[in-house]
Write a protein that binds this ligand. Structure first.
Ligand code: ZN
Length: 296
């Protein structure tokens, strides 16, 4: 693949937005996907690049702490995801982590819930705490005779190397009229490097622009049922979020100090909005499988 070719639509028409961590961030002029350049030439090269860029400060959170962080996270997110669970009898969560969404799905009455998780410690934790089948395989290599009413992909899309492989796999696992729920970041034109604290590239490979979901639905024969956007500024600058632990110990400490400083978070939010406005969103997209309309 040409290094500056869009990983979603293959167009080479794009423009540079900014540079970060030794990579250019390009925006595709056709489907509006933002992607890093140079884009890895293979899945293997991608793993090597990610390994080479790991910051010394970053630690992998143990499953117990990760699980607590996810519980807080899902208190905000779950109301946006729940409507897709209403009539479902089976669910697959791709990148299920410690399994919190699987537990919530079971509480909604979904009997058959499975998860895919590559981190062994988290997969073990999820197995023990949910009783669900947790398979330690990437979605592209997951083989089963089962079909699912709902497949969820929460904060995983930007790490996926091949859109085509992902969507071929998801479509083969979805029932006719099944739902594919994606939670990911979405960016409006005018987004700057400083709009996001850390783009974490090349761990993240690409990001959706405002028109990208329409392109995805058309390309892969899916229909957008709903698309809910929450502005980054409104989501991020809350006390709960500042007290939620991330991967960086140093950043966790700074965030905790700010959370206990009167008006600090309000001031930071005001400063952020003055500079960047609302052009960074967390988006939950619900896509429906249209069996007769596959274009891959
Ligand atoms: Zn494109």
């Amino acid at each position: 693949m040409n290094q500056d070719q869009c990983p979603l639509c293959n167009s080479t028409a794009n423009h540079k937005l900014f540079a970060t961590n030794g990579y250019d961030m390009l925006a595709c002029d056709n489907c509006e996907l933002m992607f890093i350049s140079p884009f890895p030439q293979s899945e293997k090269q991608r793993f090597q690049q990610v390994a080479a860029n790991k910051l010394a400060d970053i630690t992998v959170i143990d499953p117990e702490h990760y699980s607590i962080a996810r519980e807080i996270y899902y208190q905000e997110l779950f109301p946006l995801v729940k409507p897709a669970f209403q009539k479902a009898k089976s669910l697959l969560d791709i990148g299920c982590g410690t399994g919190h969404l699987l537990t919530l799905a079971k509480q909604c009455g979904i009997k058959q819930c499975d998860g895919l998780e590559l981190n062994t410690a988290r997969a073990t934790y999820a197995r023990e705490h949910t009783g669900c089948d947790i398979i330690e395989k990437p979605i592209e290599e997951f083989q089963t005779d089962k079909k699912y009413d709902v497949i969820t992909l929460i904060d995983v899309l930007s790490h996926i190397y091949s859109y085509d492989k992902l969507f071929v796999a998801v479509k083969s696992l979805l029932n006719a009229n099944g739902l594919f729920v994606i939670k990911t970041g979405q960016f409006a034109a005018g987004v700057q490097r400083g709009s996001v604290f850390d783009w974490e590239v090349p761990d993240h490979l690409h990001f959706m622009g405002m028109a990208t979901s329409d392109y995805i639905a058309k390309k892969y024969g899916l229909e957008i049922i709903s698309q809910e956007q929450v502005a980054h500024a409104d989501e991020l600058y809350t006390r709960e979020r500042f007290l939620t632990k991330g991967r960086s110990c140093k950043r966790n400490l700074i965030k905790a100090i700010l959370a206990y400083t009167p008006f600090a978070i309000k001031l930071l939010k005001w400063q952020y909005l003055q500079k960047h406005g609302r052009n960074v969103f967390s988006t939950v997209i619900v896509l429906q499988n249209k069996k007769d309309n596959q274009r891959i």
